[in-house]
Each structure stands twice: as structure tokens, then as C-alpha cells.
Design a protein around this ligand. Structure first.
Ligand code: NAI
Length: 486
């Protein structure tokens, strides 16, 4: 097969939705159907309010929905009709059984594979879009081939990991640094790689479509996320040293980022990385290393997560110690709840850990985020770690806080000024652009005194805020004691 005409994608999430919308947009002659078991999600994709917020996504969907882009819950028919099936289902961290807390849970993937096998009456290319452990293609190949009634049907599996970043997904998909396709080094394998490559080459220059063997492609995705997260943890470790010595982490980042061997991206110190992928994928890498007896390698990558946890705790401790060692009964405004700007995604957001730490010390929180609704904030704060992507709580799972405790300690506001009014402190957790241009004189006037700002993203003008009257703590920046020695 050199020119596929029908593509189906299983999983209409943050990856499946935007990637398929871009393929449909760029390839009007290919019919693209995105399917999901979740009726509500499919209804949202078919409505004016898409289930995810992503700059530019709505325009792309509007241009091709109903033309050659369809969203449906009829998984079986759409898969049966397709030449290429992308699998973009969630692969969360396992919460029970062997590898719990580290290994990837492939139950959704396996379910999708069994369904593909049971409905297929023609040969297909199966594309791993989800991030999966190394050698998943081999295991899934067995599930597919052994569950298909027709021995003439052949499944050729490709690994095509997705490198988009939430918040810039459309830009990343339209102009990717590279597209990676892993396949078997056989005649069928090479033909399948060419068929998938021909889709991307409608808009991606051929030299940016990289070919690799299956296992290299699978491992590349885990390694890419581990390396990106490692840069953040490295800078976060240096931010602690900066605060202890009076150095400025942004100056350090700028100085090292101009070295072309290091480069300027992903050097921002912050309250910690979040999102559905970094922690999950590193834990998965750690688990794979342990499984093959590479303890030192596992420990090395695990330290990236430990540093992230340290940074989130350090921020909470700084807030509490800065406010005279207690936040009990104090109102604190939390500016931003999403794990980063330009997305409404809150999976593994550092805001959860910061809020938990402050609630534990007795604080009353008021959260403002331009894209995250109240019920999502309350649900996230009452859900145990790792369980956000599992439909039911396993036996013995501990709720971090009861729903009533969250209701009592956490309010939300759709207005940042209202969120800050009457508060003792405000904490910037997400780097939303609008936070830099708020009227801080107005906010200061409405707050209890002394009024504190804890900038977990270094997006505010700290000296100007100090001149307004705030006591300002900024991550990795000289503390007030260094700025104004006694
Ligand atoms: P998601 O949770 O937003 O979407 C997954 C969707 O798959 C859900 O809507 C779920 O209902 C559906 N699903 C699960 N099993 C199904 C089945 N058997 N049949 C039909 N639908 C099924 O997940 P997201 O964020 O899109 O991630 C998907 C994969 O892509 C994961 O492996 C993730 O690690 C990877 N990835 C995610 C990125 C991100 O920024 N979110 C970036 C790159 C990769």
C-alpha cells in the first residue's frame, strides 16, 4: 500500500484529536475518523466546545470536520474500514500488581488491539502513537495476529511516537522538528514505513521524517521526555543553590543557554514540571532499567523525579516559612492551576502538590485559572496520586483529602482580582501571560498586610512589585536578605 485513503485513530484525547485533525487538514483526499469509547468526549469534538483547549485547534477542526474528519464512537466499523489504524489511547502508570507505581499500564492498548483483531477482515498498518515501553510492538503483534480469525489478514506494526507539546500542539504538528517512524527491516516493514511517511510528506520535508527500527523509535520517545525533564530538574536544583548564595537562576540559565552545545530551551527553573507524560514516562524508563538489571541507570533517571518532588516541597516550605512559619487560617490566592500555560490540562500539575502542602498547614485557598473549571480543581485535589487516569479506585487507595475537606479549604474564582482580594499571599503556579499584566497596585490594596507574592514561574516584575509594597519571593532569585542586607 503506498497511498492510504482511510485512517482511523483509536483515542480522541490530547494527542489523537489534534494529530488527526492536522492529517485531515493537510490531506483532504484521506478520510480520517477518530474514535473513542467516551461518548461525552466524542460529542464535544462534534460540538463548538472542543474537549481540550489548544491554541489554533478549533480553526483546524472547523476547516475539515464533516469534510474528511469525523469523530465517532463506532470504533469497530471505523477500524474495519481503515488502511491505517493509529492507537493513541492513554498509557498511565500502573496502580496495582507487578510494577505498580512505575510500569506503564497497557490495559487500554491491549483492549484496543483485541478489538482491532476481532473486526479486521483486511490487512492493516497499526501505528503506535501512544507512548509505550520498549518492545510493546512485539507483544501487541502477538495479541493482534493470534486474535484475528482470518489468517490472511496481516498487521504491520509501526512506532510513530508523538513529540507535540500541549499548548503548542498545532504549531508543533504543522512544523515538527522531526517525525519518527520505526518499523521492521523487512519488505513489509519498509513498505509500511513508506506508506505512513507518504502521509506526513504532504507537509513535512522528507529529510525530517526519520526512520528507525521499532525498538529505537519506542525508546527514543521515553528518552526524549527523560532528557527534557532532566533539564528542568537540573535547573531546579541550581535554583536552590542560587537562593542559598544570592545568585540569579535566570542569569545562570541565560549564560549557559548561549552555549550552542547546551542551547536555550527548557532551562526555566520553576515550581516543578507536570503534565501527563514526564513523570509517567520516566517511571516507565526506570522500571524497564530495573527489569533488565540496570539499577544504577534506573537510580540515575529516578533522581530526576526526586528533584521535581523536592522542588515542589521546597516551594511550599518557602511559602510557610516566609509567612512566619504558619499559613493556618490565612487566605492564599493560587494563580494558575494548569500544568503550564495555554492548556486546561491539569494532569500531574505541581499546583496539586502545592495546594495539598498549604491545605495541610491549614491555609484557605482561592484558585484562579483561565482555563480550568471549579469541578476539575476540586476533583484533582481529592484524587490520590496516579489515580487520575483510572476509572475506579483500587482497594486500599488513600484519598489525600476528603471531598468535604477540599470543599471547605478551597474556593475558586473566575476573576483574578476577586481571588486575591483579602488574601495574605498569592502564589503564581502557572506562567499564564495575563499574570504579568495584572494591576498589582489594585491587588496590593485589596490584600491583608504584609502582602506576599511567591512567584513559582518567575513571570512577574519583582523589583516593581517590591516598590508597590509586596514582600516577594521568586524561585532561584536572590532572597530579600541578599538584596537588602541588614
Ligand atoms: P487521553 O487520556 O487524553 O486520551 C486517550 C483516549 O483514549 C481517552 O479519551 C480514552 O477514552 C480513549 N481510549 C482508551 N481506551 C480505548 C479503547 N480501547 N477504545 C477507544 N478509545 C479508548 O491521553 P493523551 O494525552 O491523548 O495521551 C495518549 C498517549 O499519547 C499516551 O500514551 C501519552 O503518553 C502519549 N502522549 C501524550 C502527549 C500529551 O501531551 N498529552 C504527548 C505525546 C505523547
Amino acid at each position: 500500500m503506498t497511498s492510504p485513503t482511510r485512517i482511523c485513530c483509536i483515542g480522541a484525547g490530547y494527542v489523537g484529536g489534534p494529530t488527526m485533525a492536522m492529517i485531515a487538514y493537510k490531506c483532504p483526499d484521506i478520510q480520517v475518523t477518530v474514535v473513542d469509547l467516551n461518548q461525552q468526549r466524542i460529542d464535544a469534538w462534534n460540538s463548538e466546545t472542543l474537549p481540550i483547549y489548544e491554541p489554533g485547534l478549533h480553526e483546524v477542526v472547523k476547516a475539515c470536520r464533516g469534510r474528511n474528519l469525523f469523530f465517532s464512537t463506532d470504533c469497530r466499523q471505523s477500524v474495519a474500514d481503515a488502511d491505517i489504524v493509529f492507537v493513541s489511547v492513554n498509557t498511565p502508570t500502573k496502580v496495582t500488581g507487578v510494577g505498580a507505581g512505575k510500569a506503564a499500564d497497557l490495559a487500554y492498548w491491549e483492549g484496543a488491539a483485541r478489538m482491532i483483531a476481532s473486526v479486521s477482515t483486511s490487512s492493516k498498518i497499526i501505528v503506535e502513537k501512544s507512548t509505550v515501553p520498549v518492545k510493546t510492538a512485539e507483544a501487541i503483534g502477538k495479541v493482534l495476529q493470534r486474535n484475528c480469525a482470518d489468517p490472511e489478514v496481516h498487521f504491520e506494526i509501526l512506532s510513530n511516537p508523538e513529540f507535540l507539546a500541549e499548548g503548542t500542539a498545532i504549531k508543533d504538528l504543522e512544523n515538527p522538528d522531526r517525525v519518527l517512524i520505526g518499523g521492521r527491516d523487512t519488505e513489509e516493514g519498509r513498505a509500511a514505513v513508506e506508506a505512513l511517511s507518504s502521509v506526513y510528506e504532504r507537509w513535512v520535508p522528507r529529510e525530517r521524517v526519520l526512520r528507525a527500527n521499532l525498538w529505537s523509535a519506542e525508546l527514543s520517545k521515553l528518552t526524549a521526555n527523560a532528557m527534557l525533564a532532566q533539564r528542568i530538574s537540573s535547573m531546579n536544583s541550581i535554583s536552590a543553590l542560587c537562593e542559598a548564595t544570592g545568585a540569579d537562576v535566570q542569569q545562570v540559565a541565560h549564560a549557559i543557554g548561549t552555549d550552542s552545545r547546551i542551547g536555550p530551551k527548557f532551562l526555566n527553573a520553576s515550581v516543578g514540571f507536570g503534565g501527563s507524560c514526564f513523570q509517567k514516562d520516566i517511571l516507565n524508563l526506570v522500571y524497564i532499567c530495573e527489569s533488565v538489571g540496570l539499577k544504577q541507570v534506573a537510580d540515575y533517571w529516578h533522581s530526576v523525579i526526586q528533584m521535581n518532588d523536592y522542588q515542589k516541597n521546597r516551594f511550599v516550605e518557602r511559602v510557610i516559612s516566609g509567612m512566619f512559619n504558619t499559613v493556618s487560617g490565612k487566605k492564599i490566592a493560587i494563580l494558575g492551576f494548569a500544568f503550564k500555560k495555554d492548556t486546561g490540562d491539569t494532569r500531574e500539575t505541581p499546583a496539586i502538590d502545592v495546594c495539598h502542602g498549604l491545605i495541610s498547614d491549614g491555609a484557605d485557598l482561592c484558585v484562579y485559572d483561565p482555563q480550568v473549571p471549579k469541578d476539575q480543581i476540586h476533583r484533582d485535589l481529592a484524587t490520590p496520586k496516579f489515580l487520575w487516569d483510572h476509572p475506579t479506585l483500587p482497594n486500599g487507595a488513600q484519598m489525600p483529602f476528603s471531598c468535604s475537606q477540599i470543599e471547605k479549604s478551597v474556593t475558586t474564582s473566575s476573576d483574578p482580582y476577586q481571588a486575591c482580594a483579602g488574601s495574605h499571599a498569592l502564589c503564581v503556579i502557572t506562567e499564564w501571560d495575563e499574570f504579568a499584566s495584572l494591576d498589582y497596585e489594585r491587588i496590593y490594596a485589596s490584600m491583608s498586610k504584609p502582602a506576599f507574592i511567591f512567584d513559582g514561574r518567575n513571570v512577574l516584575e519583582h523589583e516593581r512589585l517590591r516598590s508597590v509594597g509586596f514582600i516577594v519571593y521568586a524561585l532561584g532569585k536572590p532572597l530579600e536578605a541578599f538584596l537588602r542586607p541588614e
